[in-house]
Ligand binder design. Structure first.
Ligand SMILES: *[C@@H]1O[C@H](CO)[C@@H](O)[C@H](O)[C@H]1NC(C)=O
Ligand SMILES: *[C@@H]1O[C@H](CO)[C@@H](O)[C@H](O)[C@H]1NC(C)=O
Ligand SMILES: *[C@@H]1O[C@H](CO)[C@@H](O)[C@H](O)[C@H]1NC(C)=O
Ligand SMILES: *[C@@H]1O[C@H](CO)[C@@H](O)[C@H](O)[C@H]1NC(C)=O
Ligand SMILES: *[C@@H]1O[C@H](CO)[C@@H](O)[C@H](O)[C@H]1NC(C)=O
Ligand SMILES: *[C@@H]1O[C@H](CO)[C@@H](O)[C@H](O)[C@H]1NC(C)=O
Ligand SMILES: *[C@@H]1O[C@H](CO)[C@@H](O)[C@H](O)[C@H]1NC(C)=O
Ligand SMILES: *[C@@H]1O[C@H](CO)[C@@H](O)[C@H](O)[C@H]1NC(C)=O
Ligand SMILES: *[C@@H]1O[C@H](CO)[C@@H](O)[C@H](O)[C@H]1NC(C)=O
Ligand SMILES: *[C@@H]1O[C@H](CO)[C@@H](O)[C@H](O)[C@H]1NC(C)=O
Ligand SMILES: *[C@@H]1O[C@H](CO)[C@@H](O)[C@H](O)[C@H]1NC(C)=O
Ligand SMILES: *[C@@H]1O[C@H](CO)[C@@H](O)[C@H](O)[C@H]1NC(C)=O
Length: 642
């Protein structure tokens, strides 16, 4: 029996008329459009019939025709203005050599607010709108990237960026002034704590009650609601348009409700193909998983054999062969081809799926009850009582239900509801998976990692890449190609692979993409006091500026040839060498000039890798939205880990 928390039960239930937010958050049933297809079979790379969603393919081809030629030329001219003496193949390729442009994907890891900020700080270095980055010769890469993936804290980043119409990183973090702040982008509001925005506990409990009331419409329409729906309403205030520091408490506003992930396809920079195609990543939380495929000796709760789910603006599903199917994002919540739900894919909920850490508390009743989320669960359960509904995880009516969809291998084919958990719940906090899908042809991955791997100092040390390697070797050796990385975190640390940018996959004779790995592995080398090793849940705007500033330093220092200098002045050139390297290989040219010396300096030269499964990856704080990792959870996770 679960104890009733005093603070929750002593509150009067606010029996209010449905708020504007509640109405806007409610999914709507209607007749499905003619020719509607509930499930798209994605085929398999092994069978040679893997396909992309036709709208995604159209977006990419629109981008290749309308955006990339200028984007790569602009990046090249930024680079050339630094007078870097690059081999001529670099300019051949970036000027549109017939061997094709680099196909670049950028991945933003989980790691809570730290990851949202670190990812933004790194992207600022790649952003052609930032004068300092342009002068340095790194600016413009963001505009030229084909894909942008985000997980957990990285999904708050990528999701808010896409829906806010791809603003600069500064505007993304701090917001913009607008004549209509109820609709415009108001910034992340990092200074307002997500779980407890007020210093007054009673007000915080009233805030929770308010969020729960905003879920009422969905509940009354007959949909199962969970803790993540409550988080979703809070995400709506931090990562979706329409909330700023002045109107945060205005209960008459929708605060991001009604803004759908599929609707992002309608923002102007998306219509003009100017955004890298955004993809968010979550894991499938299933009662039918094979628990013996969990990462051993780790805190992770989702078996590696469960499909990794991707949520892009067009569809939700997985390219893993154990599902290999997708359902349209716009019609999430739909179970058949006659009656279609819309408005289910609320942006706050989709981000919540990727950043949902509450599932970690549900491993036992005692950990759930003692967790900081429990009072919120109680308010939800008391206000909107449901039977036979698990209140944790992000819940979706299962579009992949039943034999009709020919999904025999899907572990949840028999379920009417599927649930998701934080993208990092299987040990992979860097969202690499969508970038390895062969039909996407990504050849270079810029992997930004600020997930916590070791100790208590919040630094990253490659644990996620190690777990990706182990999973793919063990389960999907032919479906995906992944370059060799070390087999344990100690190797990353001993070789300083996370304190400077590292290239993995320098052997271009393989099919695997080149990975340019840039981690939050330690403080900048110039002696500044570390600011990025934190788990912030409320920072002042000054602190956030300082964090972003230091991230800029970390991401531009490179790997100096001379150990006594703190900055490698050749890093922008070396980065360009990495970016074009697969295209260089396609055109049959040898690596040469400065690119040869860059590769000697930046490549991980390890040559062997085995099947050993790392036990070193301790991925704490991978939650993107709601910061609920308190001391209890911390010791719980660390106990499991140690
Ligand atoms: C892909 O090919 C495999 C093997 O021939 C077949 O079983 C599968 O149904 C095909 N999938 C699609 C979507 O065409
Ligand atoms: C590059 O070279 C040109 C011509 O020599 C010079 O004017 C310019 O200042 C140089 N730029 C940098 C960043 O060194
Ligand atoms: C593209 O690169 C190849 C190989 O270096 C070269 O033969 C060709 O002339 C280049 N094409 C253009 C348009 O620059
Ligand atoms: C918005 O306007 C205020 C007051 O004029 C100003 O202080 C602030 O810097 C502006 N913010 C942005 C993001 O432009
Ligand atoms: C969010 O606000 C920005 C800036 O005001 C706007 O350009 C964008 O279209 C809005 N996004 C949505 C989904 O309405
Ligand atoms: C937010 O930060 C302030 C100042 O550091 C601190 O006093 C307050 O307790 C914090 N609030 C929460 C909910 O963490
Ligand atoms: C806390 O908030 C409640 C509800 O708004 C209010 O009644 C109470 O006076 C506040 N307490 C303090 C110490 O401000
Ligand atoms: C985009 O806007 C148009 C016109 O308002 C609408 O018909 C369409 O459904 C919208 N698309 C999405 C994906 O929301
Ligand atoms: C579960 O995973 C283990 C380890 O990979 C494997 O040996 C076993 O066959 C799997 N069980 C099922 C039912 O697939
Ligand atoms: C289709 O789904 C709707 C909503 O879940 C349900 O009400 C309806 O009965 C279903 N129709 C069929 C033919 O299964
Ligand atoms: C929700 O409330 C029901 C009683 O209405 C209770 O049986 C159940 O345990 C509660 N669930 C949680 C997670 O508190
Ligand atoms: C960033 O920090 C450095 C000191 O580390 C300082 O010199 C610089 O002015 C800061 N830049 C901004 C934009 O705050």
């Amino acid at each position: 029996m679960l104890p009733t928390l005093l603070v929750a039960s002593s509150l009067p239930l606010l029996a209010v008329a449905q708020s504007a937010a509640s109405l806007a958050y409610t999914p709507v049933y209607g007749k499905c459009p003619t020719g509607f297809t509930l499930v798209r079979q994605a085929g398999s790379s092994a069978a040679g019939n893997q396909t992309l969603n036709s709208q995604e393919a159209a977006y990419i081809s629109g981008r290749i025709s309308n955006v990339l030629p200028n984007a790569w030329k602009t990046y090249l001219s930024n680079l050339e203005a630094t007078n870097a003496s690059l081999p001529s193949y670099v300019s051949d390729i970036l000027n549109g050599n017939s061997s094709g442009y680099p196909n670049l994907g950028i991945a933003c890891s989980g790691g809570g607010w730290r990851a949202s900020m670190f990812g933004a700080g790194v992207m600022n270095v790649l952003d052609g709108r930032n004068a300092a980055s342009v002068a340095l010769g790194t600016g413009g890469l963001l505009q030229a990237a084909q894909y942008l993936t985000g997980l957990s804290g990285g999904s708050s980043l990528v999701g808010s960026l896409a829906q806010a119409n791809f603003p600069t990183m500064d505007v993304l973090a701090f917001g913009m002034n607008s004549t209509d702040p109820t609709n415009a982008w108001g910034g992340w509001l990092a200074q307002i704590n997500q779980e407890a925005p007020y210093t007054n506990a009673t007000q915080n409990m009233e805030y929770t009650q308010l969020l729960v009331e905003e879920v009422r419409g969905k509940f009354e329409a007959g949909f199962a609601v969970s803790y993540v729906d409550v988080v979703s309403r809070d995400n709506g205030r931090h990562f979706v348009n329409g909330t700023d520091v002045n109107n945060f408490a205005d209960e008459s506003l929708v605060h991001g409700a009604g803004y759908t992930w599929s609707g992002v396809a309608n923002v102007s920079t998306f219509l003009s193909y100017e955004q890298p195609f955004p993809i968010l990543v979550a894991t499938l939380l299933s009662p039918n998983g094979n628990m013996s495929t969990l990462v051993p000796n780790s805190p992770f709760i989702v078996p590696t054999s469960n499909p990794i789910m991707e949520l892009n603006v067009y569809e939700m599903g997985s390219y893993d062969p154990t599902l290999a199917a997708f359902t349209p994002m716009k019609y999430l919540g739909t179970m058949n081809e006659s009656i279609c739900a819309t408005n289910y894919d609320q942006i706050g909920l989709i981000m919540g799926a990727s950043g949902d850490w509450d599932t970690y508390y549900n491993t036992s009743e005692s950990s759930l009850v003692s967790s900081s989320m429990y009072p919120i669960l109680e308010v939800l359960n008391n206000t909107l009582p449901q039977t036979n509904v698990v209140l944790v995880g992000t819940l979706f009516p299962n579009s992949f239900h039943g034999p009709a969809t020919n999904l025999g291998t899907f572990i949840d084919a028999g379920e009417t509801i599927i649930a998701m958990s934080d993208g990092g719940s299987n040990g992979e906090a860097v969202p690499i998976q969508p970038l390895l899908v062969k039909a996407r042809g990504v050849d270079t991955i810029f992997a930004i990692d600020s997930n916590q791997d070791w100790g208590t100092a919040y630094w990253s040390a490659g644990g996620s890449l190690i777990n990706t390697q182990s999973r793919l070797n063990a389960l999907f050796p032919t479906t995906y190609s992944f370059p060799p990385v070390p087999t344990n975190v100690s190797e990353f640390i001993a070789q300083n692979l996370s304190t400077r940018p590292t290239f993995f996959g320098c052997d271009s004779s393989t099919e695997a993409p080149l990975i340019i790995y840039l981690a939050n592995g330690g403080p900048p080398r110039d002696g500044e006091a570390p600011l990025t090793n934190i788990a912030p849940n409320n920072v002042t705007t000054e602190q956030m500026r300082a964090f972003l500033n230091q991230t800029y330093t970390i991401a531009t220092q490179g790997n100096p040839a001379n150990a006594s200098s703190s900055i490698d002045l050749e890093w922008p050139a070396c980065l360009a060498c990495g970016i074009v390297d697969r295209a260089r290989n396609r055109s049959g040219v040898e690596r040469s000039g400065i690119c040869s010396t860059c590769f000697e300096r930046y490549c991980w030269n390890g040559s062997t890798y085995g099947l050993e499964v790392t036990s070193g990856a301790c991925s704490l704080y991978a939650n993107g939205g709601w910061q609920m990792v308190g001391a209890v959870a911390m010791s719980l996770i660390l106990m499991t880990f140690i």
